[in-house]
Design a binder for this molecule. Structure first.
Ligand code: CTP
Ligand code: MG
Length: 555
């Protein structure tokens, strides 16, 4: 049994963390608690989108009476939900019950007349609230409760982890602390909805959908907001309306390729965001990338946004990851910890480059869980066999079909602890034959590498693509070294189980500390021997402890 609080006492912090769970996206939508109903991805997207369309964003004066503010807004209709947050000023997110309330509010809102500058009049759902007469500074104003949008500091995280009862508890704590909150999720859908209003100036029936970690249930507080401009919905309208012997088509301008069409669309939308998108700053058009995009910051929400178009496959892979995350409560906890571990050791970075990405790490965890005996997650090919006619989905010639009804997938009979899985993950990838094998979640087994990139992870839907093509040999080696070292640390702890060293970070907390292998790799000459030594040490620890193999199961 772990001492309840080995390193520090942390009154209140655990309770606070537990309290947050109730508001989090995790349990309600992804069913991370096994018995909660699991909503389909499309249902969540639809509900959130409609909610965002009834929602407004208001920049407020710092001193404001919440009660009067709500009363003022209620003139336009009842309010379902609201919250305040701070990001270079005070902001309110207000969800009305009816969409009409938004129009009513817009009707009484004026375009500011500025003394020295001129305004580009664009009537959005992002407002600025001013007080006609400033509030008396001395008057008693109950302070506004702001919802934080940021993850805990590393100090607080270490406290929480060291106070946990077991390694399993540590992984679940990390998940609770870092997963997107209800507020962050609302703000993400709202931001997409506001961007959609801007894009609609050119493409009136377009949809802007979030994808990637904002919606796949693996998003960490503060992660970027990936969105794509979906123009396919427009196509659907027109096919329904064809009747009789006539077929009406729009006169359009033709360009030589799909890619050029994408670049042209993103180019004008980028201009719109730059010229009249309220709160959109630092707009960059990155149109020559493999997947052309417009990158910008949405100042009011604080999100770094990547807007693409023609990206339905990426949305489908977000749906697949969402399913995997919801199938077993261990998946998200393990993925969050591995992502955090990778970030702590600079294996991942917010700057694009030769590093491993969070998306690749997530797919590696899924693959590892498919390889357990019995498997914790099914293969994508198996999910495809369970699909019915409604699930059928072909995008740009790629078969993206898989079952979307959770009830048709049997839960795994595997009862391994998170502690064991964490250790085995590091061991598995510390010894993986990256030089000859490819990671493939479609089949759930290693395949021969079809090309010579150091790390090969097959894109689940565009099977000829490698999602980790960018990763260099040295970054892969760093990952392998750190994985071996982490496995070794966890095995050492098992050995020391009966004589715990107090006042030292343990379990997951120990893994997040600066590493030996990392500092060794700086002194280049020693890099390989250190890693090999750890590997050999690990082998010897393992062989001497096989008779004690139940030791890691439960504390
Ligand atoms: N994607 C892909 N192939 C890649 C990279 C990305 O299909 N080589 C898709 C994935 O669906 C991924 C999404 O694009 O989830 C967004 O990519 P990215 O922002 O890099 O990853 P996230 O999963 O959003 O993770 P992060 O929190 O690091 O942003
Ligand atoms: Mg992302």
């Amino acid at each position: 049994q772990r001492p309840l609080c080995r390193l520090l006492s942390c009154p209140g912090t655990v309770a606070a963390a537990l309290g947050r769970e109730e508001q989090s996206l995790g349990s309600a939508e992804t069913g991370s608690e096994d018995r909660t109903p699991k909503k389909r991805f499309s249902e969540v997207q639809k509900e959130r989108r409609e909610q965002a369309q009834r929602t407004v964003l208001i920049h407020c004066p710092n001193k404001i009476s919440e009660k009067k503010f709500l009363k003022y807004l209620s003139q336009h209709g009842s309010i379902n939900n609201h919250f305040f947050y701070e990001s270079f000023g005070l902001y309110a997110v207000v969800e009305f019950r009816q969409k009409e309330s938004v129009a009513s509010l817009q009707n009484v809102t004026r375009t500011p007349s500025l003394a020295t500058e001129a305004a580009v009049p664009f009537r959005s759902r992002y407002f600025n609230l001013k007080l006609k007469t400033p509030l008396n500074q001395t008057s008693e104003q109950p302070s506004i409760q702001c919802r934080t949008q940021s993850s805990p500091s590393s100090k607080k995280l270490f406290e929480l982890l060291c106070c946990a009862e077991s390694v399993d508890d540590q992984l679940n704590t990390l998940l609770r602390e870092f997963q997107l909150t209800e507020e962050s999720t609302r703000l993400r859908y709202l931001t997409c909805s506001l961007i959609e209003d801007v894009a609609a100036a050119y493409f009136p029936d377009c949809t802007v959908r979030p994808f990637g970690s904002s919606v796949n249930s693996f998003g960490k507080l503060g992660c970027d907001l990936d969105m794509f401009l979906d123009l396919d919905e427009i196509e659907k309208f027109s096919t329904h309306k064809a009747s009789g012997n006539f077929l009406m088509e729009f006169q359009v301008k033709n360009v030589p390729s799909e890619r050029i069409a994408t670049q042209k669309i993103l180019s004008v939308v980028g201009e719109c965001l730059d010229h009249f998108g309220p709160g959109c700053v630092g707009v960059q058009k990155i149109l020559n990338a493999r997947c052309p995009l417009v990158r910008f910051s949405h100042q009011a929400s604080g999100f770094q946004c990547d807007l693409t178009t023609n990206n339905r496959i990426a949305l489908k892979s977000s749906e697949l990851l969402y399913m995997y995350g919801a199938l077993d409560s261990r998946v998200r906890a393990l993925v969050f910890s591995i992502r955090c571990w990778a970030r702590a050791h600079s294996l991942t970075s917010s700057i694009p480059g030769a590093w491993i990405t969070n998306f690749s790490l997530t797919v590696m965890v899924i693959f590892f869980l498919q390889r357990r005996s019995p498997p914790i997650l099914p293969t994508l090919d198996y999910l495809k066999t369970l699909a019915d006619a409604e699930d059928k989905c072909i995008i740009e010639g790629h078969n993206c079909t898989f079952v979307r009804d959770f009830n048709r997938i049997k839960p795994s009979g595997n009862a391994e602890t998170l502690e064991l899985l964490l250790k085995e993950f590091f061991e598995y990838f510390g010894n993986f034959a990256f030089n000859k094998n490819s990671i493939n979640i479609r089949q759930g087994r290693e395949q021969n590498k079809p090309e010579s990139s150091p790390l090969h992870i097959q894109n689940p839907f565009e099977t000829s693509l490698n999602i980790s093509k960018n990763v260099s040999q040295s970054q892969l080696q760093k990952f392998v070294d750190l994985a071996r070292e982490s496995a070794w640390i966890l095995h050492q702890e098992d050995k020391d189980r009966l004589s715990p060293s107090y006042n030292q970070p343990w379990g997951l907390a120990a893994l997040l500390l600066p590493s030996v292998a990392n500092s060794m790799s700086l002194a280049k000459k020693k890099k390989k021997p250190a890693s090999e030594r750890i590997k050999n040490l690990l082998e010897s620890i393992k062989s001497s402890s096989t008779e004690n193999s139940t030791a890691t199961n439960g504390r």
